[in-house]
Design a protein around this ligand. Structure first.
Ligand SMILES: Nc1ncnc2c1ncn2[C@@H]1O[C@H](COP(=O)(O)OP(=O)(O)O)[C@@H](O)[C@H]1O
Ligand SMILES: [Mg+2]
Length: 439
């Protein structure tokens, strides 16, 4: 501001006062200038934060609605405009409840928002009406908006349309279920294939107890005839000839022999039952809860079944400490053991000295079973592919290529591991490890 000379009437005594007024005006003017600069700075900062908020709201894929206390829309983000197919101007001051799909949803939303306006609503699913007229499930959150004095000003509603997500989730679950079904079918198919190959072994094992039960029954049949003759003589009152008849019919030998015959029959019947049980367990589609598994029995049975059905000579030595126990599925572990024994049998087929040694030890909290054969071993290039499904070097009809991949999965599910290697002295070595805590 420019200053001019004081008017004539202020000359003299009034001049000082005039100067002071002018100085005051200068000060006020300077203050004003500073205020203006500060205001402009604040305005710029405000503009910047406004733009920042706008850009955040615009880039949000979730919908956002700011409502007043009565549920009137005050502000929305572009996602909501896009979802509802309306502009901000069209939506402003309309009731938020109009966005809901129907009367039932509106009533639910009113009730929930009224009840929980102070505490908020979290992840509640509502159906909203989209711009194209369809109803879309939206997972919504509602947070109260309060003034500085703590007065409820309204609510902020955010929501995420879950329709697409849900569709994708369902498709994924369907695919996963299909995969699981196919996998269990494959597992079953592999079992059936190996069972088919083992029919001779199983039949042989069943034949043994059945034939000695049959032998004992025939003996009992003969004994029954002799006992019948003796009882007839007793009833006919031929007392004088009884001691002679008793000797002749060897009644005392019959009486001494009968308990052994009966015990043998019981044992044979029990063995038959055990074999049938093992067969049932093995061929079952496994869903049973984990049970205690007798590992020695599993290995011995696998060896019996495979070696009895082997076409040529196949010598197996089992060198296991007694009483190896494990928790899990005996049917599945039987499948692993049989596949390892069968693979060794196949690998050594045609060798005059075909041999398999099964050893076992418990160390460092692990139960380790080793299957060592004297076959040709595994070519280095195949080692990496051995556990892949459908990898086989056997002719069509003899190998599915699933045995090792299924066995690997079973070992992992039991918390263990299956490894393959070549022995320095030749032949292959498979190591099945199972944790002792599950044993
Ligand atoms: N003891 C072994 N010695 C040599 N090769 C083996 C042995 N065990 C498995 N293999 C190789 O691993 C392949 C895959 O085995 P597997 O998964 O059991 O399927 P399959 O027995 O149906 O071929 C076999 O075809 C064979 O080439
Ligand atoms: Mg196999």
């Amino acid at each position: 501001m420019s200053t001019t000379a004081p008017p004539a009437e202020f000359a003299g005594g009034g001049e000082q006062a005039w100067i002071e007024v002018i100085q005051k005006m200068d000060e006020v003017y300077n203050d004003l200038l500073q205020y203006e600069v500060a205001l402009e700075e604040k305005n710029a900062a405000l503009e910047e934060s406004h733009q920042f908020i706008e850009s955040v709201l615009a880039s949000m894929s979730d919908i956002l609605i700011v409502c007043d206390r009565n549920g009137g829309i005050e502000e929305v983000n572009p996602s909501l405009c896009h979802f509802a197919g309306k502009s901000m101007e069209e939506l402003a001051h309309t009731p938020v409840f109009d966005l809901f799909a129907d009367e039932v949803e509106r009533a639910r939303a009113r009730d929930l928002f009224a009840r929980y306006a102070r505490e908020g609503v979290h992840d509640c699913e509502f159906f909203l009406r989209a711009g194209d007229g369809s109803t879309v499930p939206v997972s919504m959150n509602c947070t109260p908006r309060v003034s500085q004095t703590g007065k409820l000003m309204g609510v902020v509603v955010t929501g995420r349309p879950v329709g697409e997500l849900r569709k994708a989730y369902h498709a994924l679950r369907q695919a996963h279920d299909d995969l699981k079904r196919t996998q269990s079918q494959l597992l079953h198919a592999e079992k059936m294939v190996s069972l088919g190959r083992l029919v001779a072994g199983v039949a042989h094992e069943l034949n043994n107890p059945i034939s000695f039960v049959l032998g004992n029954v025939l003996s009992l049949q003969r004994y029954a005839g002799r006992l019948g003759s003796y009882i007839d003589a007793v009833h006919a009152g031929e007392l004088a000839s009884l001691p002679e008849l008793r000797r002749e019919l060897r009644i005392d030998r019959i009486l001494a022999d009968m308990p052994h015959l009966i015990d043998g029959m019981i044992e044979g019947a029990e063995r038959t039952r055990d074999i049938v049980d093992a067969l049932k367990r093995f061929s079952a589609v496994d869903r049973a809860a984990p049970e205690e598994v007798d590992v020695n029995e599993v290995v011995e049975r696998a060896v019996r079944w495979v070696s009895q059905s082997a076409a040529g000579k196949f010598a197996v030595d089992i060198d296991l400490p007694p009483g190896l126990r494990c928790r899990g599925s005996s049917g599945q572990l039987q499948q692993v053991a049989m596949n390892l024994v069968q693979n060794a049998c196949d690998a050594t087929a045609g060798q005059a000295d075909a041999q398999l040694l099964v050893t076992g030890q418990v160390a460092d909290g692990k139960l380790e079973l080793r299957f060592l054969d004297n076959g040709p071993g595994i070519p280095e290039a195949n080692l990496a592919q051995l556990f892949e499904p459908f990898f086989t070097t056997k002719p069509v009809g003899q190998g599915t290529g699933l045995g090792l991949s299924i066995s690997y999965g079973i070992a992992e599910r039991h918390g263990g591991h299956l490894r393959a290697a070549n022995r320095p002295e030749g032949g292959a070595e498979f190591t099945l490890t199972l944790p002792v805590e599950s044993c």
